[in-house]
Design a protein around this ligand. Structure first.
Ligand SMILES: *Cc1c(COP(=O)(O)O)cnc(C)c1O
Length: 402
């Protein structure tokens, strides 16, 4: 049964992460295809009505309908679950569909969600606008400040939510400490782990209950397909995630899952090459600018926590240009290699002015409160030559008169 080795846990659990990323979760059809097949089909036909009945009542194994499960998607989910150390993964159409499912599947009117204030704009919108509409109370606190989390707990707190490293401020939360706090009051910890990547940090190892990703970012890694995934235990999936996921229809396209599945084969090497470049870039920028944030810089606010929690610093570097928006725009416009766009985790380096783009939907005072300033630029470091990137940045700083 060689073609089933990718799904046999007694075999895959002996593999290191690198091997799991190349081979884990795969299965072959009778055609014996070497590369995973793309099952671009909505439904699955059976020979007899009894078989359909059995698949619907769960007494027989087999695929039914791609809103629920699809073989290509399943291989992607299997591989991500192995990488994360989770029982189950459910892949979604976008990262926001994953965050939505991870939080909404488990809350009801009257509950309270406690979240860090420094969040990706859409995550913050969930807290400030969407959850309260359905009678779910929300409070935001300063992510790195454990006392604020403690003080924010209410009798009805059921979910803690944070980005392991916040977009774009790079504020880091202590996952172990938050998980302990949450579990003490019977709540669950949900982590958006996009910035840290599953190669450098696995929140379940530190006690988190649910991990969610935008796979549009580093997992795809070449800016092609949107996607997301929620990873959790079997028990959480059965009670909360799967019913919600199946009936609300956030499933990823099998095509996108196939692209992401193939991209996982190179994820480990891409992330490490990006880290090499980001370390160079951060060090060079720190010589010219006061506010440069990167987890392995000694000036990083949570340097010790980063060392404990992350294998390396990742590919995101955030800086503040002292002259605010005008000078930030001059700097960005002078870049010759970096693209100006809002994606991240791409093989191509990217510069984003968060004040006027990703966080623009939030009121100005919320942007300030969560730590975004008008000169802030978020850089996603790619796979180009690191020395070329440093030269490009230094030249642009010169051009902007910094
Ligand atoms: C991009 C991003 C998301 C949303 O993902 P999409 O795939 O764009 O929907 C969520 N959280 C973080 C931290 C992100 O960077």
């Amino acid at each position: 049964m060689k073609h089933k080795t990718g799904t046999d846990k007694s075999i895959t659990s002996k593999w290191s992460r690198k091997t799991q990323l190349v081979r884990g979760g795969s299965f072959r059809s009778d055609m014996g295809e070497m590369s995973e097949a793309l099952f671009l089909t909505s439904a699955f036909a059976v020979e007899e009505a009894e078989e359909a009945e059995g698949r619907f009542d769960g007494s027989r194994e087999g695929f039914v309908y791609s809103r629920q499960e699809n073989p290509t998607v399943k291989m992607f989910e299997n591989r991500m679950a192995l990488l994360e150390g989770a029982d189950v993964g459910r892949a979604t159409a976008t990262g926001m569909a994953a965050m939505h499912a991870a939080i909404f599947c488990q809350v009801k009117s009257g509950d309270h969600v406690l979240a860090s204030k420094a969040l990706f704009g859409s995550n913050r919108w969930f807290m400030d606008e969407l959850l309260p509409r359905f009678g779910v109370e929300t409070t935001v606190v300063d992510g790195p400040n454990l006392d604020e989390w403690k003080a924010g707990i209410q009798d009805n707190t059921t979910v803690f939510f944070a980005e392991s490293m916040a977009n774009p401020t790079l504020d880091m939360v202590d996952i172990q400490a938050l998980a302990d706090l949450a579990h003490n009051v019977g709540a669950r910890l949900v982590i958006d782990n996009v910035f840290s990547t599953p190669v450098l940090l696995n929140p379940l190892d530190f006690g988190a209950d649910v991990v969610a990703y935008s796979t549009t970012k580093h997992v795809d890694g070449q800016g092609r397909c949107m996607g997301g995934i929620v990873l959790c235990s079997q028990a959480f999936d059965e009670e909360f995630l799967y019913p919600f996921f199946r009936h609300t229809g956030s499933a990823i396209s099998p095509f996108n899952a196939w692209v992401h599945l193939k991209a996982l084969e190179t994820l480990d090497m891409r992330i490490h090459a990006m880290c090499d470049n980001a370390e160079k870039v951060a060090a060079a920028l720190a010589e010219r600018l006061e506010d440069v944030r990167y987890p392995s810089l000694p000036s990083y606010a949570q340097y010790d926590l980063a060392k404990k929690q992350m294998k390396r610093g990742g590919n995101m570097v955030t800086l503040s240009i002292p002259g605010g928006k005008d000078q930030a725009f001059k700097f960005m416009n002078a870049l010759e290699i970096f693209d100006i766009t809002n994606n991240l985790g791409d093989s191509r380096s990217i510069a984003t002015h968060n004040w006027t783009t990703t966080h623009k939907a939030l009121p100005e005072e919320t942007r300030r409160e969560l730590g975004v300033n008008t000169g802030m630029i978020r850089m996603s470091i790619g796979l180009e030559d690191g020395d070329d990137l440093v030269k490009d940045l230094m030249h642009a700083l010169d051009q902007a008169g910094i």
